[in-house]
Design a protein around this ligand. Structure first.
Ligand code: KIV
Length: 273
C-alpha cells in the first residue's frame, strides 16, 4: 500500500492549511496578479497565492490600495486562477465593497467567487465587519481575516508604521483574532505587528496565522512578490527579504536589446525568415 506524501496534494484547500498548522509545517504564501507569474510561482510549489489589493500599488502605480475596484480585482484574479494548478487562490475584497452592509459584502463575494474561480476571500478588519464576514461565510465562502496594519484603513492610521504596540490596540487585536476564529474564518493574516504579539495570537488560535512583518512565531509567511523579487525597488522595509534582483536584470536585458537594435546586431541571419 502506498503512503500519501505531502507533496502529492494536488490542490491545496483551506483544510490543508489547518492540517499544516497541526503538524507544524509552515505555510508559504505570495501575491500574484497575472497568469504568467501565477503559473511560475505555482510551479515553484507555493502553498497559497494571494491576489492582493496591493495590485493597486505594484500593478497600477497608486499610492494606496484604496482606488482598486471590484472589477479590476476580478480581472486580476481570473488571470491568476488560469495559471494555477496547485496553490490555494485567495482574493482580497477591495476597499468599499464589504464594509457598508452584509448584503453588499455578500454580493461582492459572490461575484468574485463566481467570476474568477478563486478558492477563498480575504477581508481586512475585526469586530467592525463581523456581520459582513458572517454573511459571506453563510454562503459557504471561506474567509481569511487580516488584522494589524490594514492598508485599506491607511487614512485612519495616517502611517504605515508598526501597529498594536500600545496595550489597548494589542488587546483589541487579540480579541478580534479570537472573534474571527469563532465566527469561522479559515485563517488569518497579521501584518506589521510586534513578533511576540503575533506569536501569542498564533499559539492561541487553531486556525493558521500567516504573518507579514510579524516575525517567525506564526504559522506561515506572506510577501508581495514584486517586493521579494526586487521588481518593486523603491520599497525596502526591515521585514522584507529580497530573493532576487529581477528589476536590475530587466533593466540590463532591455538596455542590451536597445543596444542591439540600434547597432543593427538584432535580428541576425538566423533570427529571420
Ligand atoms: O494586498 C496584499 O498584498 C496583502 C498582503 C500584504 C498580505 O494584503
Amino acid at each position: 500500500m502506498s503512503v500519501a506524501k505531502e507533496d502529492s496534494v494536488k490542490k491545496v484547500t483551506t483544510r490543508h492549511l489547518v492540517e499544516m498548522k497541526q503538524r507544524g509545517e509552515k505555510v508559504s504564501m505570495l501575491t500574484a496578479y497575472d497568469y504568467s507569474m501565477a503559473k511560475l510561482i505555482d510551479q515553484a510549489g507555493i502553498d497559497v497565492i494571494l491576489v492582493g489589493d496591493s495590485a493597486s500599488n505594484v500593478m497600477a502605480g497608486n499610492q494606496t490600495t484604496l482606488p482598486i475596484t471590484l472589477d479590476q480585482m476580478i480581472y486580476h484574479a481570473t488571470s491568476v486562477v488560469k495559471g494555477v494548478n496547485h496553490a490555494l487562490v485567495v482574493v482580497d475584497l477591495p476597499f468599499g465593497t464589504y464594509q457598508g452592509n452584509p448584503l453588499e459584502a455578500l454580493a461582492s463575494a459572490v461575484r468574485v467567487m463566481r467570476e474568477t474561480g478563486a478558492d477563498c476571500l480575504k477581508l481586512e478588519g475585526g469586530s467592525e465587519i463581523r456581520e459582513s464576514i458572517e454573511r459571506i461565510l453563510c454562503a459557504g465562502i471561506p474567509v481569511m481575516g487580516h488584522l494589524g496594519l490594514t492598508p485599506q484603513s491607511i487614512h485612519k492610521f495616517g502611517t504605515y508604521s508598526v501597529r498594536a504596540r500600545e496595550e489597548a490596540e494589542s488587546r483589541k487585536l487579540v480579541e478580534d483574532a479570537h472573534l474571527l476564529e469563532e465566527i469561522g474564518c479559515c485563517s488569518l493574516v497579521l501584518e506589521k505587528i510586534p513578533a511576540a504579539l503575533a506569536a501569542r495570537v498564533a499559539s492561541e488560535l487553531t486556525i493558521p496565522v500567516i504573518g507579514i512583518g510579524a516575525g517567525g512565531g506564526v504559522d506561515g509567511q506572506v510577501l508581495v512578490m514584486h517586493d521579494m523579487l526586487g521588481i518593486n525597488q523603491g520599497f525596502s522595509p526591515k521585514f522584507l527579504r529580497r530573493y532576487a534582483n529581477i528589476g536590475d536584470e530587466i533593466v540590463r536585458a532591455v538596455q542590451a536589446y536597445v543596444g542591439d537594435v540600434k547597432s543593427r546586431d538584432f535580428p541576425n541571419e538566423t533570427e529571420q525568415y
